[in-house]
Design a protein around this ligand. Sequence first.
Ligand SMILES: Nc1nc2c(c(=O)[nH]1)N[C@H]1C(S)=C(S)[C@@H](COP(=O)(O)O)O[C@H]1N2
Ligand SMILES: [Mo]
Length: 398
Amino acid sequence: MVRGAVKTLKDPTRMPLPVPPEALRVGPLRAGAFTSRLHSERVAALLGTWLGITFTTCMVTGLYSHFGQHPPAGIAFPSRPVALYRVTQGLHVISGIAAVPMLLAKLFTVYPKLFTWPPAKDVRHGVERASLLLLVGGSVFQLATGVMNIFQWYAFGFFFTTVHYWSAWVTIGAMVAHIGTKLPLARRGLARSSLVLDPEPAGHGLSRRGFLTATGVASGAVVLATAGQTVTPLAGLSVLSPRRPGTGPQGLPVNKTAASAGTRGIGSAYRLVVEGPTRLELSLTDLQAMPQTTVTLPISCVEGWSASASWTGVRLHDLLRLVGSDGGQPVRVDSLEQHGPYRSSMLFHPHNRDPLTLLALRLDGAELHPDHGFPLRLIAPNRPGVLQTKWVGRVVVL
Ligand SMILES: Nc1nc2c(c(=O)[nH]1)N[C@H]1C(S)=C(S)[C@@H](COP(=O)(O)O)O[C@H]1N2
Ligand SMILES: [Mo]
């Protein structure tokens, strides 16, 4: 009896929608309007798999970067391995760049579906198709703004990181939903038997294999032309990367110069203020007289470039002990820079106590160049570049 009752209840999402008049079926809406053999289920499934891998890599490494910069209360980020952020952020940018040709190829493969007739068979089909707008729009938006950002082309009028972060959730959500609805199709397309059941039609022009190879080659080429910004041995190939190791003052790239930060011409009146349970003011001579440590650490910018250098200076932990702190409390480092989003950064206990966390006075043996933060800059292991504060004037134990 119950069974019968269920049977008579109609699934509302399967309610058929009216079919628009046949007279509208012109141009791309005609049956058989698209003839290229590249618009195939198998090509779409393979490209979808590649995109799933690159987008997932982007999301995971992007989340790591986000939480590295905005640590959730109580979760301290590790200070080792020292180059972890260099690897994760390098992967983030490399996988994003690799995804660009894949996304273009995928959109080409599936765009005839835009002209599906009827536009929506039933409510469920309509919702499914509308959700693709989020996926396509979100993917294009993420890759376009990401690439613009690494080239420091801020043509958009919003604050990049916040919008890139929230729209990533929308995109990934739409991707998960898409994979969910397409899984049976993708399985069929990826199965070896699909080559037998759905053999490639003979014809002129690019074959499916040729199309996929061209896409792979294009992805490989843009990766090789940019990855040298963080994979140093590839630097010579990096004709497209905006910042390359070995360029810039003291052989190290610079994002913000002393001139643009308004921190040029810091002279003998300089004092570092250290505030903890007690307070201390140190001149440059005082800092130079303290025990000096030399470490080799990379600057790993969120924009994907990274370069390693040798830094010499005073251990943060030593300074904290001088004002009566054991490094257990959060510490804020303030720059002499008056404006700008990166004039201050926070450090937590793994970094505060790490013997590699320095307030550096020297870079590769020479006094810091003004653009690298003269007279004093923070350099710490496994830390996003935006948090490696330059022109440090104050250290506060909170
Ligand atoms: N005060 C201050 N420190 C700063 C910045 C800044 O804008 N202001 N930029 C940060 C960024 S984004 C990076 S990647 C590193 C780069 O250091 P470098 O210019 O010495 O290579 O400095 C960081 N320190
Ligand atoms: Mo940066």
